[in-house]
Design a protein. Structure first.
Length: 114
């Protein structure tokens, strides 16, 4: 049983003349000096740990759900980027083809003029 400060002081003062200061202090150190409502029982601790585990499991589930959403968004973004790259590649090929054709025509024209 925990003792409040007033009760501890009263007991200490009664033990001091019998045991002396040092032994009375040693004996009093064996008794909890906190209020009873501050003590933690094993059952209370087990219940708190179980609640903590439940909270952690819920949080873990939420994090997994959010990660799944992020993966989906990344997959969509990757698809969009691939489409854009493909379109740019097609435009570049067309422009290069046009530039090569124009260069070839220019070279041919220069060759004809010579």
């Amino acid at each position: 049983m925990a003792l409040d400060a007033a009760h501890r002081a009263s007991i200490f003062e009664k033990l001091r003349p019998i045991l002396g200061d040092e032994d009375a202090n040693v004996l009093m150190s064996e008794f909890p000096s906190v209020e009873g409502h501050e003590l933690v029982t094993k059952d209370f601790l087990r219940a708190e740990l179980a609640r903590l585990r439940e909270d952690m499991a819920l949080t873990k589930g939420e994090v997994r759900g959010e990660l799944a959403e992020i993966r989906e968004e990344l997959a969509l973004t990757r698809g969009d980027l691939r489409s854009e790259i493909s379109a740019l590649e097609t435009r570049l090929t067309v422009r290069l083809g046009s530039a090569i054709a124009a260069s070839t025509a220019l070279v041919a024209t220069i060759g004809l003029l010579s």
